[in-house]
Design a protein around this ligand. Structure first.
Ligand SMILES: Nc1ncnc2c1ncn2[C@@H]1O[C@H](COP(=O)(O)OP(=O)(O)OP(=O)(O)O)[C@@H](O)[C@H]1O
Ligand SMILES: [Mg+2]
Length: 353
């Protein structure tokens, strides 16, 4: 990877763990316990006493302002940065006792600003870690092909190009493909869609969610964008200076019950609308159908229903299933009732993630 460690102590190689996690392409747990980082010569810690447990297959979003310690926290997990204190376990094994170069080959990493190697083609970039792991040329070529298709870059067109011959969004896709190359159980993604326009970003997010539903990695994903965190995360950690955790919970519960002013300010305007977008109609309490009302499908969200109520001026919208059978209706009053009853909101949204 392009970032290289500067302060790595000599340690033993824990090959048992590495062969165990290399068999586990699906996610494994990550635990950080009292982790701190004080950069040399700095009076204050960049990360201070950070503890968190991430479950296997979970997608956890880190949200916080610039300089609060998101990248530092993440880079300690693959030991590009060495912690000053604390312990980190992956799948129950202490990673600080193993060879960092070996460790890094088993953790996918999308760095902030993409970081493709400019002198290597896209195919060579994606093949970097498999090559280090000693895969055969044909196995690497097959994998590169498969991944380029996964991230919707035509291999014929893109494999032999150099990074500067791709657009920003295409480079980000290639960065995600490179992180996935050796099928690691853990992925660290530092603002992977940061450099794209809103439309490309939305497309990348949707593709990423589809991909994660298939591959079930354990992922830490850093973003500045709270809406991106709501859309993608199983849980969101809202961080303040020195990587202090202000709240760590599901998007629905954070939106319904922000822990403090700081979290509320991060959520920004329109918390109620953001909550409604997380609740599919399939989980909403329906009222009896209303003759002649406009229709919306069960797969849509309460926010879509509200949108239709506002646009049409109707008193109710009827909800229909895939076979166009009317299941019931939604009104402004029923939407308000859901919003004012925090428990079902959190429960409903969680059950559908
Ligand atoms: N090598 C370093 N030496 C000294 N201080 C550093 C070093 N790297 C980062 N810092 C400081 O540590 C703090 C946390 O930096 P970090 O890169 O983790 O922030 P971040 O949350 O990822 O920010 P951004 O959103 O801008 O990427 C910042 O105050 C930064 O200036
Ligand atoms: Mg950063």
């Amino acid at each position: 990877m392009p970032d290289s460690t500067t302060d790595t102590p000599a340690v033993s190689t824990n090959t048992g763990f590495l062969s165990a996690i290399s068999q586990k392409q699906r996610g494994v747990s990550i635990e950080l316990d009292g982790v701190s980082k004080v950069y040399p010569g700095q009076p204050e810690a960049a990360v201070d006493d950070f503890s968190m447990r991430i479950e296997p297959g979970e997608l956890v979003m880190f949200v916080g302002p610039s300089g609060c310690g998101k990248t530092t926290t993440m880079k300690m997990i693959n030991r590009i940065i060495e912690p000053s204190n604390g312990s980190i376990r992956i799948d129950g094994t202490d990673i600080l006792s193993m060879d960092p170069n070996q460790l890094r080959r088993h953790i996918g990493y999308v760095i902030q600003q993409i970081g493709l190697f400019p002198h290597l083609t896209i195919a060579e970039n994606i093949g970097v870690v498999p090559k280090l792991l000693g895969w055969s040329k044909s196995r690497i070529a097959d994998r590169v092909d498969e991944l380029l298709q996964t991230v919707q870059l035509d291999p014929e067109q893109f494999a032999k190009r150099y990074p500067k011959q791709l657009s920003g969004g295409q480079q980000q896709r290639a960065g995600v493909a490179r992180a996935l190359a050796a099928d690691p159980p853990v992925m660290l993604m530092d603002e992977p869609f940061g450099a794209t326009d809103p439309i490309t970003r939305e497309k990348l997010q949707a593709e990423f969610l589809r991909l994660q539903a298939d591959i079930g990695k354990t992922i830490i994903f850093v973003t500045h964008d709270f809406d991106e965190a709501i859309k993608l995360g199983d849980r969101i950690a809202v961080l303040s200076d020195r990587s202090q955790i202000e709240q760590f919970d599901t998007p629905a519960r954070i939106l319904a019950n922000p822990a403090n002013e700081y979290v509320s300010s991060f959520i920004g305007q329109g918390a109620a609308l953001k909550r409604l977008a997380l609740i599919p109609l399939i989980d909403a309490p329906l009222r009896p159908a209303v003759d002649g009302a406009p229709q919306i499908t069960l797969q849509d969200s309460l926010r879509d229903a509200l949108n239709m109520l506002v646009l049409t001026g109707a008193a109710a919208v009827n909800v229909v299933d895939v076979d166009h059978r009317v299941c019931g209706s939604i009104t402004n009053a029923s939407i308000s009732a859901v919003l004012n009853d925090a428990q079902p909101v959190a429960f409903a949204a969680e059950g559908t993630r």
